[in-house]
Design a protein around this ligand. Structure first.
Ligand code: NAD
Length: 431
């Protein structure tokens, strides 16, 4: 199939490269010239395991990138994968989705055949119908359900395992205005045998949009619950990980997402839970449980810094922050829990020296503070430090050596597997 993917960030690049690997012809459109140049040169614009190989293999063959929409009309199907950031009141900024739909509409205005547009960006129920559809109709002159098909195909990948997640989805959700458009997206995935092991869910647009929010709200709530239980375990000197292991043996609960610690971050959970809360309030429903889910999450970075302060006078202390990415396997620092940790350490007067294997450049933009020092190895960050705080559980941290530290104090927000005997103080956030 001939497919266009609009937006080449974490979702769009993964989708485009994997569809190319599946054998489809893929046009990837992004307004950012540096991203487009990178893809056309066979270079992956983001850090994601397995993706550079796919981009390198297909660039210049059945994967090409462009900053304009000129060739979109030659494709059968377009996916919108642009960002949907949060506004100050928690609601979503749809301007990127709307302008992508407008540009897409313009580009297909002269196309004789029907064109199908699938939203992959995470958007609240009603958005594909009320924002994407009208924007496309305005600029294309086409009509939804006649010569324009609308689909909502939410994305469930996790950064760090995005390529693996693409090939092994638990489910594929396809909401559509009409059967023919939904069938086209179903056929696209069927070509890669993805549907052999995944559940296929066909629905209307709004249900598909809501499934994505319900999914992320559920996962965020699970982590916050396990973090709250971990905090309670800590007060009673009980190992939360032993408790979680036993709890996870119950099939009704499952063993995933039971690692208590510093909490959830990234570009999805915080944004999606906030948007769902704003959506509920708009519909005059106060989402009490989701409010608590956010409160627990917001408390964890402060708890980590308080734990450090119970062992070290932070004012003037040199404190190493290990891990800046919101999770291992990615260079994404959006809403990383490391950011409030760094800010609170700075507020307490600490000199912060930070290290991450891949996310330092992104962190420099996200942490607007010239006084934070960055080192290119964990050993260099630990050298002369009075304490170290672990914010991301990169595998390489399991082999940390603390020899260079002034005081061997490790405050662990992620339960890394270090040799605790090497330390003077080891404190886990929830254990
Ligand atoms: P991103 O910010 O990494 O990428 C968005 C890209 O879209 C950018 O490269 C930007 O230049 C480009 N863009 C913006 N407007 C454009 C336009 N009009 N035309 C062409 N390109 C344009 O975003 P992301 O992390 O890939 O997320 C995209 C969407 O997918 C969001 O709604 C997000 O919530 C959702 N999502 C993200 C993830 C994830 O793990 N990152 C997972 C599931 C769903």
């Amino acid at each position: 199939m001939n497919v266009s993917v609009i937006g080449s960030g974490y979702v769009g690049t993964t989708l485009a490269a994997c569809l190319a690997e599946m054998g489809h012809d893929v046009l990837n459109v992004d307004l950012d010239e540096s991203i487009v140049d990178a893809i056309n040169a066979g270079e992956c614009p983001i850090h994601e395991e397995g993706l550079p190989e796919l981009v390198e293999k297909h660039a210049g063959e059945n994967l090409r990138a462009a900053t304009d929409y000129d060739e979109v009309a030659e494709t059968d199907l377009s996916f919108i994968c642009v960002q949907t950031p949060t506004q100050d009141d928690g609601s979503l900024d749809y301007s990127y989705v709307e302008s992508a739909a407008e540009m897409l509409g313009e580009s297909i205005a002269e196309k004789a055949d029907k064109h199908v547009v699938a939203t992959k960006s995470t958007v609240l129920p009603g958005t594909t119908e009320n924002v994407v559809g009208p924007a496309l109709e305005r600029t294309s002159g086409k009509t939804v359900d006649e010569d324009l098909g609308l689909v909502m195909n939410p994305e469930f990948l996790s950064e760090g395992t995005a390529v693996h997640d693409f090939w092994h989805p638990d489910k594929i959700v396809i909401g559509a205005t009409d059967d023919e458009s939904g069938d086209l997206v179903t056929d696209l995935y069927a070509a890669g045998d993805l549907l052999d092991d995944a559940e296929l869910v066909r629905s209307d647009l709004r249900t598909a949009e809501m499934v994505k929010y319900a999914n992320n709200a559920f996962l965020a709530a699970k982590i916050s619950l396990v973090n709250e239980l971990g905090n309670i375990c800590k007060t009673a000197d009980i190992d939360a990980y032993e408790v979680a292991e036993a709890v996870g043996m119950d099939d009704r609960i499952g063993s995933k997402f039971l690692r208590s610690g510093l909490g959830w971050g990234g570009s999805c959970f915080p944004k999606d839970v906030d948007a769902l809360r704003a959506f509920a309030r708009n519909n005059e429903y106060e989402p009490t449980l989701l409010n608590g889910v956010v409160d627990v999450n917001d408390r964890q970075p402060g708890r980590l810094v308080d734990l450090a302060a119970s062992h070290v006078d932070l004012d003037g202390a040199r404190v190493a922050v290990l891990g800046l990415a919101f999770k291992p396997g990615t260079d994404d620092v959006r809403n990383s829990r490391a950011i409030p940790v760094v800010e609170r350490l700075r507020d307490a007067g600490a000199d912060v020296v930070a290290y991450d294997p891949v996310a330092i450049e992104n962190a420099k933009t996200a942490i607007d503070d010239d006084s934070v020092e960055y080192e290119d190895s964990a050993e260099a960050a630990l050298e002369g430090a009075d304490a170290a705080l672990v914010c991301t559980d990169w595998d390489e941290f399991d082999a940390l050596s603390f020899k260079g530290m002034k005081r061997k104090v490790l405050i662990d927000g992620r339960r890394i597997d270090v040799d605790r005997d090497e330390l003077d103080v080891y404190e886990g956030l929830c254990w």
